[in-house]
Design a protein around this ligand. Structure first.
Ligand code: AMP
Ligand code: GLY
Length: 424
């Protein structure tokens, strides 16, 4: 098969690494890609917002299958446009991508189908939103309805903070205001073919920039899989109470969901609740999932597209995978581009280590940083602690003074491992 992958982050590098390893793959392109992806695929400088250009590339190069990484093109309907042109594509349609593209749509669906999620209301104007906040009290969560690249959510501790969030977000469109959920966050991924949902794996990420989960929110500074809080029993509950009813509801509405359903969960005293859906693999969660996936990824993606998951199964390594994100100094605020990263080959030569690139470019044999999140350094091990040791051993071989990373990725799971082994 000739495959085109859309995207340019470490998530797409991990996908490219798995797709390139498949015996089914004849040629693999990635648009636009990065310096790491270029080791696995032929990078093409396509404007991925120009669907006609993507279709023309597929037709000119005999592309059989397109895999879409990020949410932007999915919400913009790239899968609808490719399929209409006769090109098979992995990912949800524009209508199904509303599960990520509109928080109000997802909350309404949850309410209509009894899917555990916080009480909420939708607001088109600031005055009624503030009246609701005053009536409801704090803590409370204010969200923009649409895609906002992680900047559309304010968890407010006080009514005043929530009212200020309404003022700062209101220009961006409709608001959703919902109750604050308590518990432990976890991510859960399922592959869906419109009807059948195949559980993939769980993960936990660290969204704050600095150690101790302090500092500003980011796209994710590290992750590990599996998430210890997602026991087999909890996984069954998430499938039965959240994922399966969602898949059924989408099919019944005439917009069946195909692709990766990424459920952001809060595991509280009464069980799992849905914080949000994403309609794609997470970044950096994808990196740890791909490291643990033993089976060939390509037939799974094709089966999801073709509606053939019912008789499908995937095998996973039992080990834990953990990834540490290395970012440019200043991220998630402003940062410089163009600094050189050395030591990558020495780091990658370590056992149980895989390094995926996010924002890198190659220039005359040198690797330069060209983004905020720049590298995703992954380790594999028999425990979270062992996976963490492997990842940081690789981080320590990377010579990049202009970069930084957290030194505590996985702390919560490692503390849990210590408690369990002390108690046994
Ligand atoms: P989202 O973009 O919806 O994932 O929100 C970003 C982060 O805000 C989540 O990962 C949670 O940490 C937090 N968050 C969002 N909604 C809630 C909620 N209803 N209760 C508690 N925390 C929330
Ligand atoms: N790491 C969270 C996300 O990909 O949305």
């Amino acid at each position: 098969m000739n495959i085109l992958l859309i995207g340019s982050g470490a998530r797409e590098h991990a996908l490219a690494w798995k797709i390139a390893a498949s015996p089914l793959t004849t040629r693999l392109w990635c648009a636009p890609g990065n310096a790491g992806i270029a080791q696995e695929a032929e990078c093409v400088a396509l404007d991925i917002t120009d669907h006609a250009a993507v279709i023309a590339f597929c037709q000119a190069n005999g592309v059989d299958f397109v895999v879409v990484g990020p949410e932007g093109p999915l919400v913009a309907g790239i899968v609808d446009d490719l399929e209409a042109a006769g090109i098979k594509a992995f990912g949800p349609s524009r209508a199904a991508a509303r599960l990520e593209g509109s928080k109000g749509f997802t909350r309404d669906l949850c309410r209509a189908h009894g899917i555990p999620s916080p009480a909420y209301e939708r607001f088109a104007d600031a005055a009624t939103a503030k009246a609701y906040i005053r009536a409801r009290g704090a803590p409370i969560v204010v969200k923009l309805d649409g895609l906002a690249a992680g900047k559309g959510v304010v968890v407010a501790a006080t009514v005043a903070e929530a009212e200020a969030a309404v003022d700062s977000l209101a220009g961006g469109g409709e608001l959703v205001i919902e109750d604050f959920l308590e518990g432990e966050e976890a991510s859960f991924f399922a592959l869906v073919d419109g009807e059948t949902a195949l559980p993939l794996a769980s993960a936990q990420d660290h969204k704050r920039a600095f150690d101790g989960d302090e500092g500003p929110n980011t796209g994710g500074m590290g992750a590990y899989s599996p998430a210890p809080v997602m026991s087999e029993a909890m996984t069954r509950r998430v499938m039965a109470e959240i994922v399966t009813p969602t898949v059924r509801a989408m099919a019944a509405m005439g917009c069946p969901f195909k692709g990766v359903l990424f459920a952001g969960l809060m595991i509280g005293p009464e069980g799992p609740q849905l914080i949000e859906y994403n309609v794609r693999f997470g970044d950096p969660e994808c990196q740890v999932l791909m490291l643990r996936l033993k089976s060939d990824l390509v037939p799974a993606l094709v089966a999801a597209r073709d509606g053939m998951l019912r008789s499908f199964d995937l095998r996973w390594h039992r080990e834990t995978a953990l990834t540490v994100v290395m970012a440019a100094e200043g991220y998630p605020g402003s940062y410089r581009k163009g600094s050189e990263i050395k030591g990558l080959a020495a780091a990658a030569a370590l056992d149980n280590v895989e390094i995926f690139h996010a924002g890198t470019t190659a220039e005359g044999g040198r690797i330069l940083a060209s983004g905020g999140r720049v590298l995703s350094v992954c380790g594999l091990g028999d425990s979270v602690a062992a996976a963490q040791r492997a990842a940081y051993a690789a981080v320590d071989r990377i010579d990049w003074p202009q970069g930084f990373c957290r030194r505590d990725i996985g702390w919560r799971a490692i503390a849990r491992e210590r408690t369990v082994s002390a108690g046994s």
